[in-house]
Design a protein. Structure first.
Length: 343
């Protein structure tokens, strides 16, 4: 009894409200009305907290689903943007190749580009490589010293294949422009269908990422264009732009091996920013696009709403506690008055 009394006194001293409520509950528990009041109060508080948890969970689920819809739509738009750009550049390649084949010896690529009103600069140039691998023409001009490009992947690919296919290179450092670029190239055929060289369009990777600037995204959002070889053509995240990394072992390609489109949460290894991302394999080309929204930014409103839900639940629970205390006091007073009247 002494131990129980000291335990009760300790609670009473440290937590007067809880101790007082327990004391009232102890006095009223022998009464069916007191037990009912406590049960209703606990049950009501439980329902309120369950509703708060349910609303917070539903809010998080809706927000996540909306983010995935947004990233999926953006990935589709990015894919369509890339397809249009590549098709436009490919048409230029085919047109330039057709003009070159007609007069290969006296073909002036710079004058031809002027006649066609092509706005060529360091971000966009046309290059012709002869069958021996040397630079034969460029809209940026040809250096006095012969330039050997036979070691380039976009040249060797067309030497080894007689197919008339568009090749999209990894990011390479241009020997004429001195800048990083992506090469879209096609094989040049001689009159007898033998190999006669390569014609290519050299594009600044940043130009492929102009889609990022054309839409409104959060500061930590990300867009990605990569080849099926796992090499990044361009990746933009906020003010950071990067090219050339290998992500073949990353989560994107693990999901891509299962389906050509999908959504997932990135682990954030590159920047420490987990993202809700959607990806699409680019139709007709060996490329994949992805768009991601930072998880912290997506769920910022969810955290705010959760505080509101739980705060309201705590406030109502305190009101229930006060109201229950008042009821118990009244019940105890009525019981004492009844007992006194019987006496």
């Amino acid at each position: 009894m002494a131990r129980a009394s000291s335990w009760w006194d300790a609670i009473w001293r440290r937590h007067p409200t809880i101790g007082g409520l327990l004391h009232l509950a102890k006095l009223s528990f022998g009464d069916s009305g007191g037990r009912g009041s406590i049960f209703i109060s606990v049950f009501s508080a439980g329902i309120i907290w369950f509703c708060a948890w349910y609303m917070a969970s539903e809010d998080a689920s809706r927000t996540e689903a909306a983010a995935y819809r947004d990233t999926a739509n953006l990935a589709r738009g990015f894919e369509e943007n890339i397809i249009r750009l590549i098709q436009a550049y490919d048409q230029i390649l085919l047109f330039a190749r057709s003009s070159y084949i007609k007069h290969p010896e006296g073909f002036d690529l710079i004058q031809w580009a002027r006649d066609q009103n092509f706005a060529v600069d360091a971000a966009f140039q046309i290059v012709i490589i002869n069958k021996d691998g040397f630079l034969a023409g460029s809209t940026l001009g040809v250096p006095d010293v012969p330039m050997d490009l036979s070691d380039r992947e976009h040249f060797r690919t067309h030497v080894l294949s007689n197919r008339d296919e568009l090749f999209i290179s990894k990011p390479v450092l241009g020997r004429v422009s001195g800048k990083w670029s992506i090469q879209l190239s096609r094989r040049i055929f001689a009159a007898d269908a033998s190999f006669a060289g390569v014609i290519l369009v050299s594009i600044d990777p940043d130009y492929l990422a102009t889609f990022y600037d054309s839409i409104e995204l959060n500061n930590m959002a990300m867009i990605l264009l990569a080849g099926l070889d796992g090499i990044v053509r361009v990746r933009v995240s906020g003010y950071d732009r990067s090219i050339g990394q290998s992500i073949a072992s990353g989560a994107l390609f693990q999901h891509l091996a299962q389906d050509n489109t999908g959504s997932f949460v990135t682990d954030g290894k590159l920047e420490g920013i987990p993202r809700l991302s959607s990806y699409r394999r680019v139709k007709g080309y060996p490329l994949v696009v992805a768009v991601g929204l930072a998880r912290s930014e997506v769920f910022e409103s969810v955290k705010y709403h959760r505080i509101l839900y739980y705060g309201a639940s705590a406030f109502v629970s305190v009101l229930i506690l006060i109201f229950t205390t008042m009821i118990l006091k009244r019940q105890i007073g009525l019981r004492r008055a009844r007992d006194k009247s019987w006496q």
